[in-house]
Design a binder for this molecule. Structure first.
Ligand SMILES: [Zn+2]
Length: 134
């Protein structure tokens, strides 16, 4: 349907905008040389592992870490790793592990329909970034 298609385009446009607003890793986290985000998507089922995904983050990547929920029909869901990454980069942590529950909802899905467990490895540049002269 046309409306659905427009809606889909709108969502893609919005995501593009969000990414651009987030800026680049090199701008936002100049000390970071790279990151590897490994995620296991879990859902409520007999076999709870839905998929595994590894995302490689480079200084030239967007500093956008809001991972989509893979559940069909999930509205406003997702897994935003941004605050976790921000906190751990600040503390210069090299690896982070944890889990997160999707906060999205839809008619037939409860709030705990999906979750991820994540493992983030952060590599820092050897040279300390120069302090900006702001
Ligand atoms: Zn969801």
């Amino acid at each position: 349907m046309m409306i659905q298609r427009q809606d889909h385009i709108k969502k893609i446009e919005q995501k593009k905008k969000n990414k651009q607003d987030a800026g680049l890793v090199s701008e936002r986290y100049p000390a970071v040389d790279g990151m590897v985000i490994h995620m296991t998507y879990l859902h409520k089922a007999e076999n709870p592992v839905l998929m595994e995904r590894t995302v490689n983050v480079f200084p030239s990547s967007y500093a956008y870490f809001n991972m989509e929920c893979m559940t069909k029909g999930c509205e406003g869901g997702g897994f935003d790793l941004s605050p976790i990454i921000a906190r751990n980069v600040k503390q210069q942590k090299k690896s982070v592990k944890g889990s997160m529950v999707c906060k999205g909802k839809s008619e037939d899905r409860s709030a705990d329909h999906a979750s991820i467990s994540y493992e983030i490895s952060i590599k820092y540049a050897r040279k300390k970034p120069k302090r900006s002269k702001k």
